[in-house]
Design a protein around this ligand. Structure first.
Ligand code: COA
Length: 286
């Protein structure tokens, strides 16, 4: 690290900062998270970033996914090697909070394992609230048929509000799935399925695949209908859908404190993989 005399400036990023963000994220030792190009295309809309610049050089940034407002996710952050991490973060983080508040964000979370980032976030008021566990299995494995009288059908655009309600009844604010992502799921490759019992929508599942990799992204059953094998039925239907693609491996993840989901996935033969990732959260004041 060497000291430089040029002034620091802080500002919200625009789409023209995409390359600077990606370059710093790839090159800096102090970097964490991911920034997809399509995500950066949504800068100033579904995604926001705050930059610290020294002269014309970007020396630090925080990138946020804003699709689940009022909850934001810190998707990525990095600080240039020649800079002092603590000093830059002291400038960057208050400006980031201000940026988030202006965009209606009340909670921000980070899921990841970059040690330097965990440390600076904790120093700035974040607390670990959970962990994230990943699972995988192949398509050959145990299957439970699930509730025999539940009808599982593809969701239609007019089901979106219902799916949103099931999601809100099933997950705390931090884990809710934003409407925009459900809409996107209906428009593209993911498979959004809805479970009905006596014509009443009682659960939904969202699964997706790319090449041979499949993922069960969401699974939820209304609280009053749980433990009736409806989750099993939805999971089985999601597996059947993925089997019709060329999928060979399946993955999913869930919260470290979600015993119900863990038990369900383990009954279906999913095995835990990788380390548990810390989930940190901070409520924004004001
Ligand atoms: C996880 C969830 C989808 C399970 O749905 P469900 O319809 O209750 O699941 P099933 O009835 O098919 O349960 C199948 C098995 O999973 C296990 N299981 C499910 N819920 C459980 C619980 N609360 N405690 C312990 N084991 C549980 C049991 O082994 C169960 O079999 P059993 O009832 O014969 O003992 C449901 O609890 C839910 O919507 N939770 C909130 C949203 C969520 O956490 N989604 C998954 C995380 S991404």
């Amino acid at each position: 690290m060497h000291e430089t005399t040029q002034e620091l400036t802080i500002r919200a990023a625009t789409r023209s900062d995409r390359l600077a963000i990606c370059t710093l994220l790839q090159q800096a030792w102090h970097s964490g998270g991911t920034a997809r190009w399509d995500q950066l295309d949504a800068l100033e809309a579904d995604c926001g970033a705050v930059l610290v610049c020294r002269g014309t050089q970007t020396v630090g940034f925080c990138l946020f996914d804003l699709r689940a407002a009022p909850v934001a996710r810190l998707s990525a952050a990095a600080i240039a090697d020649r800079e002092n991490v603590g000093s830059i973060w002291k400038e960057l983080w208050p400006a980031s909070e201000q940026h988030l508040r202006e965009r209606g964000i009340r909670f921000v979370h980070y899921i990841g394992e970059a040690p330097w980032l965990l440390e600076v976030l904790q120093e700035h008021g974040f607390q670990q609230v959970n962990t994230l566990i990943s699972y995988e299995r192949t398509l050959e494995g145990p299957e439970l048929s699930g509730h025999p009288h539940v009808r599982v059908r593809p969701a239609r655009p007019e089901d979106l509000s219902t799916v949103e309600q099931i999601d809100a009844a099933s997950f705390p604010l931090l884990w809710r799935y934003p409407r925009a992502m459900l809409e996107a799921a209906l428009r593209s490759n993911p498979h959004l399925a809805i479970a009905e019992l006596d014509r009443r929508p009682v659960g939904y599942a969202l699964s997706t695949f790319e090449g041979e990799e499949g993922q069960v992204v969401r699974l939820a059953v209304l609280p009053e209908y749980r433990r009736q094998a409806i989750g099993s039925r939805l999971l089985m239907e999601a597996l059947s859908h993925l089997r019709r693609g060329r999928v060979r491996r399946l993955s999913l993840n869930t919260q470290g404190d979600n015993t119900a989901a863990q038990k369900l996935y383990e009954r279906f033969g999913f095995r835990r993989i990788g380390d548990e990732l810390p989930v940190l959260e901070k409520a924004l004041e004001g």
